[in-house]
Design a protein around this ligand. Structure first.
Ligand SMILES: Cc1ncc(COP(=O)(O)O)c(C=O)c1O
Length: 398
């Protein structure tokens, strides 16, 4: 059978990260590749208890039935409270849409705004799967220059004028892959510039609660007065990715369109998952669990930084993130991290080659390391192996 796939799938391969993750079934491999929360941070007992009670208390009809596409109202009310923490106030119920994971927000925003050939602006590098989603809607992806405080505002304005983009996609707090946090001033400039030129902004925020150091920064959405920012935050990294619950906050009109878009995808987010998250929030479990998780992540991040300082060649320059799940770095030498990712697996270590986060194929000398899912001892061992491999490569070049 010759399969005649749609044009939108023509240039799409499986996400490189997912392909690498498939190679990682051997237990001896130390993986710095994924973006998984630490297993011990998943609140198994609490979720088990809540699920048991929900089903035992005769609430199975809520939990096991179809739900409305917008989401379970008591959960949406909880979420209105939850986002106040990021400076987002005065949200009304019909400005919220419960999503089946944050990634669904990227897909639905593309579905309602992007025609083939429309331009989406992104930071370069940015979240790999977002790039794939934009490609699947046949968007033209254009990178905006950035520095350590966020997007280069002059470049953003030039690109807006030149390309008339439909949307800007950003992960402004502990970005995946770079771990960067945009400054408050940068956030305000992004919001006012995009509002001035009528550009939608998708603010993707799965990581801001995973802060081990420094002061929290308000969401871009908190500066939005024109309704051009849609804020998406997910419970994947702070509660459990298996529940697949996230929320989009936007203007009533955009949320309505997103809701229509979602109707045809999954009818609604799993009611059982929504009720579990709702109850979890209501019982006040979330913040204590995050408080319990942060020292584990901090310890692992510090173990990775120590190991990098000990074992990696001096040509490797990294970003010491104040939160999130990743250490991003690049080699000040012509090191090809794409070919070496395969070599690393032979040494029983996995990382993600940074190139996959560049829409233009750049970043051959970059690498993303995840620290959340390995113990400090295994982090030390894994980085030691990587350090030996990269030092040997650099010796060959010299
Ligand atoms: C920047 C970013 N956005 C979205 C997601 C998807 O998260 P979810 O599990 O909520 O779909 C991830 C997951 O790694 C991510 O890093």
């Amino acid at each position: 059978m010759e399969y005649n796939y749609s044009e939108r799938m023509a240039n799409l391969n499986g996400a490189a990260t997912r392909e690498i993750l498939k190679l990682l079934t051997r237990p001896e491999i130390i993986s710095f590749a994924g973006g998984f929360p630490a297993t011990q941070c998943l609140p198994q007992k609490e979720v088990q208890q809540i699920a048991y009670e929900l089903l035992a208390e005769g609430r199975a009809t809520d939990a096991l039935q179809y739900g409305t596409t917008e989401g379970f109202v008591p959960l949406r009310n909880q979420l209105i409270e939850y986002v106040k923490d990021t400076g987002i106030y005065n949200v009304e119920l019909d400005q919220t849409l419960v999503l089946s994971g944050g990634q669904q927000g990227i897909d639905l925003m593309s579905k309602i705004f992007i025609n083939p050939g429309d331009v989406v602006l992104v930071e370069n590098p940015t979240y790999l799967t977002a790039l794939q989603i934009f490609q699947s809607y046949q968007a033209k992806i254009v990178g905006v220059n950035s520095g350590k405080d966020g997007l280069d505002i002059e470049d953003l304005e030039n690109k807006i004028i030149q390309y008339k983009p439909k949307m800007l996609y950003v992960v402004p707090t502990f970005s995946n892959p770079t771990g960067k946090v945009y400054s408050v001033a940068n956030r305000k400039q992004i919001v006012s510039l995009t509002a001035k030129y009528n550009v939608m902004v998708l603010e993707d925020d799965p990581y801001s609660k995973l802060r081990f150091e420094g002061e929290p920064v308000p969401a871009l959405k908190s500066f939005d007065t024109e309704g051009n920012v849609v804020y998406v935050t997910s419970f994947s990294k702070v509660l459990a990715p298996g529940l697949r619950v996230a929320v989009a906050i936007g203007s009533k009109e955009v949320i309505r369109k997103l809701t229509i878009g979602k109707q045809g995808v999954d009818v609604s987010t799993s009611n059982l998952s929504q009720l579990i998250v709702c109850e979890y929030l209501k019982r006040g479990y979330l913040f204590p669990n995050i408080e319990k998780s942060l020292p584990i992540y901090r310890e692992r991040k510090n173990a990775m930084i120590d190991a990098i300082n000990k074992y990696m060649p001096e040509e490797y320059k990294y970003v010491n993130a104040e939160g999130g799940l990743f250490i991003w770095g690049e080699f000040d030498a012509p090191i090809n991290t794409v070919t070496l990712a395969v070599e690393a697996i032979k040494h029983d270590v996995a990382y993600i080659q940074g190139q996959v986060f560049y829409h233009d194929g750049g970043g051959l000398n970059t690498m993303r390391l995840n620290f959340s899912n390995a113990t400090p001892e295994r982090i030390d061992l894994g980085v030691h192996r990587l350090g030996d491999m990269f030092k040997a490569e650099i010796a060959k070049i010299k």
